[in-house]
Ligand binder design. Structure first.
Ligand code: CA
Length: 370
């Protein structure tokens, strides 16, 4: 049903493009001057990812490509990797002030400006990818996200999902919560706050700086995404143990942000194309991660001799407890964070019951010995 709606919307948007590009509509050629609508609009998209980085950077490229294709070339978007036009963590401000019309990144990078931002990317022990998309599209998720970014002149759209992430790269084994104490780890969002409460030292660095930070010993541990992306950065050269589960990012949503004035200046059909191209990339990126992760994991384990480890249950229980404290704090001091969490918590409580009955019981059945 959702897929059919999406295809219908895309077909409609494409049809609208064709009609207006020809200067024809139901009322005839005069209603829409062909010159005005066939003008090419050029946008810049700045990203928090290294240029062409697998999945993330290429996902941003794909988004630009789709917008160009669906608009018949009327809206052209040029993509800039982190550091090309602005630094990775300057993306939000650059799009807000209109240096670029569009950006691609992760909402939790902006938690210093918007306390509720991490709720739109990943909450430790929170939504799976399917669940967060259900909250975005079928509940209040996108609406609340837009409310959070409105004061900054930005319109956010879900535009990618990494699927479940890994718990990170370590050079010592984690046997108990004591092993987290003093650990300097790159981990963004609420996960970083949890690590801090567990006695660790969270660091937020853009992806492109992680390998060097690990190599130089500036940080002791890092998380990034999962096998597909972590293999690309070569973390196996600087860390021995690769931990699961990715308790801190169970299905991280990525964002496209659009300068509100630039968006409002677009004709309606181009607005629809931008919005729906984001939906397509949201779907395609998750499929890419699902398809590539296991293959990359085999390379990491068999070729590069990475040692897989699982966080002990006691450590996970403590992380979960601390997640509750982090959320209680942020929602106590920020009105919008409280509103967003109320929506997310209520949705998570009901949707997770169905996930348990539908998916979890099936996965158990699929794993039974025959
Ligand atoms: Ca991550």
């Amino acid at each position: 049903m959702k897929r059919r709606e999406l295809i219908g919307a895309l077909a409609g948007a494409a049809a609208a493009t064709t009609l207006s590009a020809c200067g024809k509509n139901e009322e005839g050629a005069k209603a829409v001057p062909a010159v005005a609508v066939s003008k090419t609009i050029e946008w810049k998209m700045v990203t928090t990812w290294p240029k062409n980085f697998p999945g993330l950077g290429t996902g941003a490229n794909r988004l630009a490509e789709l917008i160009g294709q669906l608009s018949g070339g009327r809206l052209k978007v040029k993509v800039y990797g982190a550091g090309e036009l602005v630094g990775a963590f300057e993306v939000f401000d650059a799009v807000s002030r209109g240096t670029a019309e569009m950006g691609h990144g992760g909402a939790y990078y902006w938690k210093g400006k918007i306390p509720s931002a991490p709720f739109f990317s990943a909450v430790p022990f929170g939504f799976t990818p399917d669940e967060i998309n259900a909250w975005f599209y079928q509940a209040d998720g996108v609406k609340l996200w837009q409310e959070a970014y409105r004061p900054f002149g930005l319109i956010p759209f879900p535009a990618g999902n990494t699927g479940p992430q890994m718990g990170g790269w370590f050079n010592k084994e984690i046997h108990s919560i004591e092993d987290i104490k003093g650990l300097k780890m790159r981990i963004p969002g609420f996960g970083g706050e949890v690590l801090k409460r567990a006695g660790g030292i969270p660091v937020t660095l853009p992806g492109g700086e992680l390998f060097q930070a690990m190599q130089s010993g500036a940080i002791d541990a890092t998380e990034w995404v999962g096998p597909y992306n972590d293999l690309a950065f070569g973390f196996y050269k600087v860390a021995k143990y690769y931990y699961t589960p990715g308790w801190h990012e169970p299905g991280s949503a990525l964002e496209a942000i659009v300068n509100a004035r630039a968006f409002e200046a677009l004709p309606k059909d181009l607005q629809a194309i931008v919005e729906h191209a984001c939906r397509v990339v949201n779907l395609e990126m998750l499929a890419e991660y699902t398809a590539r992760n296991e293959q990359a994991l085999q390379t990491l384990v068999n070729k590069h001799h990475v040692q897989l480890r699982t966080f002990p249950d006691d450590v996970l229980r403590r992380f979960r407890e601390l997640t509750g404290e982090v959320i209680a704090d942020v929602t106590a001091r920020d009105r919008l964070a409280a509103k967003v969490w109320a929506s997310q918590k209520a949705f998570l409580e009901q949707v997770s019951k169905w996930t348990r009955l539908g998916e979890q019981s099936f996965l158990r059945a699929r794993g039974l010995d025959t």
